[in-house]
Design a protein around this ligand. Structure first.
Ligand code: NAD
Length: 541
């Protein structure tokens, strides 16, 4: 019970460590990588705080060295999913009524533990299990996770402060109740921070959670669970199950107590889940909250008033960091004909310096794509492009899965703006360029807007403010995160709340008060101090 209007520590973004040669953080991280890479980790499920091992295991293999096994994770039968639901519900009474300061304290402590003693292990797990280089692991697994925890605590208290006015003799107040039931969190492979935030945001607001991480993120998911346990998260608040996503979702979504979905992943899966929730709507005790951040086909549109070197740099970073496996990764660019020769020259020069390989070798900018299914999909589009007459591959085009799932950063130039790689989310290191006539810049903006079903991120480049204003208006609905003279990726919690609309999601902005509000059901309380005793109003006199 809080006895005071407590202020929480002011949230600031976690400083990104540099990992320069000779730095202590680099030595610690690379030593941790080596130890973890050469040991075997057994990843259990977590139900009611207990480690659950079913013996039905799947191997964990680094995408950049897929014959090497670093551990295994245990998968659920239906009865484990039922147990996860019932233990979450059993934990609800205590968790939903504990003072918000206790919940805040747990996540603030988790942030501090991750900033210190857990940092190297979380980053190393992400490097090994998801094939991220040191920097990509640091900005995601360490910094963004810490930022989510700290900023969400601040946003929660900001929400709590949002109260209605009261009139004479009346006290109006609202309380931010957790949802009645449990929240189902389903996370993708590509960001450790998103995996941590999906269950944590709901739990911070007092909800109990069943969390299904991606099979391809199980290694760092285990570190998240250990971190939250050490920070004091009580048993049963977040229950973790792995395995067949269809069976798990069928079981969860059939529960009358299902009260919210916190999803990040592909558009198709989200739409299917939404449909299933709709079909089950008569089963539920309350209308479930549905929050989903989904796919993208993110653009860079360039006006001829731009600097070609800046454009090429944004294209390289935007398209190839983390092998293009960011939902915000740029994958289609529109370049004016007059600027193209110079942009192309810089692209080729910069791409020639991109090294690819294991994240253990820190000189590698590019690592492996996540799994064989993803590799085969991306490779098939590249191979088709090699044969198609209306496209030309000007950079990369090679791929090799003998040791790891390596796809060379690839730039395709297409004479057709609706070519397959201009419209399909490949989720790999492939950028397609469409060169337009300078005079057609306005028509090109319309093309950018209409080419895909998505609306996640996009960038425009121009030095001309009239053009910037016109492009911003023309692309008003084409991106939920819109960048001017910068790459369209790299959103930072607290600075660029993230999310898109159209087929890219419900745009509830991860890492914002808006998102937290989805995990609360507001109760208005009106208290009258002198209660009327006569039903008649003056006008009746
Ligand atoms: P995915 O859709 O394959 O998987 C996401 C999660 O859904 C995983 O946990 C997976 O096991 C589960 N899942 C898969 N099939 C399911 C089913 N039939 N029923 C229930 N759950 C199911 O996505 P991914 O490959 O892990 O991640 C990449 C996708 O996520 C891309 O489309 C990317 O754009 C998107 N993404 C979007 C954002 C965003 O903020 N908009 C952020 C990260 C990733």
């Amino acid at each position: 019970m809080a006895r005071g209007f407590f202020n929480v520590p002011k949230a600031v973004n976690e400083p990104v460590k540099g990992y320069a040669p000779g730095s202590p953080e680099r030595e610690e991280l690379l030593a941790m990588y080596k130890t973890m890479f050469n040991s075997n980790t057994d990843v259990p499920m977590h139900i009611n705080g207990a480690e659950v091992r079913t013996g039905n295991t799947k191997n964990i293999t680094p995408p950049h060295d897929h014959k090497h096994v670093v551990g295994q994770y245990h998968t659920a039968d239906k009865k484990h999913v039922d147990e996860a639901i019932s233990t979450a519900l059993a934990a609800r009474e205590a968790w939903s009524s504990v003072s918000w300061t206790e919940r805040a304290s747990i996540f603030l402590k988790a942030a501090s533990l991750l900033s210190g003693p857990y940092r190297a292990r979380m980053n190393a797990a992400t490097m090994i299990g998801q094939s991220k280089n040191v920097y990509q692991a640091e900005i995601d697994a360490a910094c963004e996770t810490i930022d989510f925890f700290r900023f969400n605590v601040e946003y929660m208290t900001d929400l709590f402060k949002d109260q209605p006015i009261s009139s004479e003799g009346v006290w109006n107040r609202v309380e931010y109740r957790p949802l009645e039931g449990f929240v189902y969190a389903i996370s993708p492979f590509n960001f450790t921070a998103i995996a941590a935030n999906l269950p944590a945001a709901a739990a911070l607001m007092g909800n109990v959670v069943v969390w299904k991480p991606s099979d391809h993120q199980a290694y760092s998911a285990q570190v998240i669970v250990e971190l939250l346990k050490e920070a004091g998260l009580p048993d049963g608040v977040i229950n973790v199950v792995y395995g067949d996503p269809v069976m798990i979702s069928d079981t969860v979504l059939a529960s009358p107590d299902f009260s919210g979905l916190h999803f990040t992943g592909s558009t198709h899966v989200f739409k299917e889940l939404w449909k299933q929730i709709g079909n089950n709507i008569h089963t539920y005790k309350t209308y479930p909250r549905i929050v989903g951040e989904t796919g993208g086909k993110d653009f860079i549109w360039v006006h001829n008033s731009s600097n070609p070197l800046q454009v090429a740099t944004a294209m390289i970073r935007g398209a190839f960091e983390y092998q293009g496996q960011k939902c915000s990764a740029a994958s289609r660019s529109y370049i004016p004909a007059s600027l193209w020769p110079e942009v192309k020259k810089y692209l080729i020069a910069q791409a020639s310096e991109l090294k690819m390989g294991s994240p253990e070798d820190t000189s590698n900018f590019v690592n492996a794509v996540i799994h064989e299914g993803s590799f085969d999909k991306i490779a098939s589009f590249i191979d088709a492009a090699k044969k198609d007459t209306d496209v030309e591959i000007i950079i990369g085009g090679n791929h090799d899965k003998s040791v790891g799932y390596f796809i060379e950063p690839t730039v395709i130039v297409s004479t057709s703006p609706k070519y397959a790689t201009m419209t399909t989310e490949l989720f790999g290191p492939v950028m397609t360029v469409y060169v337009y006539e300078d005079a057609d810049w306005e028509a090109c903006l319309q093309l950018v807007d209409e080419t895909t079903e998505y609306g996640l991120t996009g960038a425009i480049f121009s030095k001309d403010r009239y053009i910037v204003e016109k492009a911003s208006k023309a692309l008003e609905n084409a991106a939920g995160n819109f960048y001017i003279n910068d790459k369209p990726s790299g959103a930072v919690v607290g600075q660029q709340p993230f999310g898109g609309a159209r087929a890219s999601g419900t745009n509830d902005k991860a890492g914002s008060a808006q998102n937290l509000l989805r995990w609360a059901s507001v109760r208005l309380i009106k208290e009258t101090f002198v209660t009327p005793v006569d039903f008649k109003y003056p006008f009746m006199g």
